[in-house]
Design a protein around this ligand. Structure first.
Ligand SMILES: [Zn+2]
Length: 112
């Protein structure tokens, strides 16, 4: 059976109409935040086994960004919220922070 996502604007739609961007947990830092906060916001994303919030765009429908709370093991969808509404509520799922990449060389760069 096909996976279905309930878009808050369009109703129940097949998952093939959506594009996934990934972890919706990180919140945008204030403009005056330190470099480390911006680095973490731009580059560090969680990829948990279990329930997590993810950004999905309904590219085959209303084109709105959504936050889908989904179990990455069972693919069960627990909740779908418009991303703007999710950001206003600012209540991301509680979970551990992603591991720091400090000290590791960047992938894709030539080592000298
Ligand atoms: Zn939609």
């Amino acid at each position: 059976m096909a996976s279905l996502i309930t878009c808050p604007h369009c109703g129940v739609r097949p998952k093939e109409e959506f594009s996934i961007r990934g972890d919706a947990g990180p919140l945008r830092p204030q403009p005056e935040a330190k470099f480390a906060a911006w680095d973490a916001y731009v580059h560090l994303r969680g990829n948990v086994r279990g329930v997590m919030d993810e950004h999905w765009q309904h590219v085959g429908g209303c084109r709105r960004w959504l936050v889908v709370r989904r179990d990455t093991l069972s693919h069960d969808v627990h909740d779908v919220t418009d991303a703007a509404e999710f950001a206003r509520a600012a209540k991301p799922l509680k979970r551990s922070k992603p591991a720091s990449r400090a000290g590791k060389p960047a992938k894709g760069r030539a080592q000298s």
